[in-house]
Design a protein around this ligand. Structure first.
Ligand code: 5GP
Length: 189
């Protein structure tokens, strides 16, 4: 999606460790036009898959998932990163290692909100090493739901996540795929 690529080129900042900072339009201050176009594009890509639920993980995935949900007209379920007091009943959980933050966390989803009859589209902001995505896939599998595919705003194709997920036969669509980062120059596939 050229719109997103251009914004990353113009406004994205490269941080040590190959981290792309996109706080001014995607991760902190959110550009509503960009979000709208991303929502439309996910709908175009996964139209015909009869998606009835979108799954994402807090926090950055929620906004993108909610805008996409307007086009799919389906609810959004977001995995929580900590078992908080306001989530009760039986839970599906998956352990995830975050390379970005250098820690492990457990993502949880209430069993009552993810059903074997669901047709799920997973949405997230970034696909890097794939651990967050694999955690969500694991949860969909635990529920016995059908996984329609995964949609990410940005795939860092020089990291292994995309390959790990596709190897499992899961369809992955990225709106922008970063091929490489050299010094401050970001190149797209
Ligand atoms: P993964 O589990 O695929 O390694 O990383 C996924 C999560 O880490 C994403 O949901 C995102 O929040 C964060 N992340 C990974 N790489 C980047 C990056 O380059 N920039 C930003 N802003 N977030 C990233």
């Amino acid at each position: 999606m050229k719109y997103l690529e251009n914004m990353i080129r113009e406004k994205g900042e490269v941080r040590p460790g190959g981290i792309v900072k996109v706080d001014s339009f995607l991760n902190h201050l959110l550009d509503y036009e960009l979000y709208r176009e991303m929502g439309k594009e996910f709908k175009r890509l996964f139209d015909g898959e009869a998606v009835n639920k979108i799954l994402t993980v807090e926090a950055s995935g929620i906004g993108i998932a909610c805008v996409a949900a307007q086009y799919f007209e389906v609810p959004v379920l977001f995995a929580k990163k900590h078992k908080t007091s306001n989530i009760d009943g039986e839970l599906y959980s998956a352990s995830v290692h975050s390379f970005t933050h250098g820690n492990d966390y457990k993502m949880v989803v209430a069993k009552k909100y993810l059903l074997p009859t669901d047709r799920v589209l997973i949405i997230d902001d970034f696909l890097a090493n794939g651990q967050a995505m694999l955690g969500m896939i694991n949860i969909v599998e635990q529920a016995g739901a059908h996984l329609c595919g995964c949609g990410v705003a940005v795939e860092k194709a020089f990291q292994q996540g995309g390959e790990l997920v596709r190897q499992r036969g899961v369809r992955v669509e990225a709106l922008a795929r970063i091929k490489s980062i050299d010094e401050d120059k970001i190149s797209f596939c």
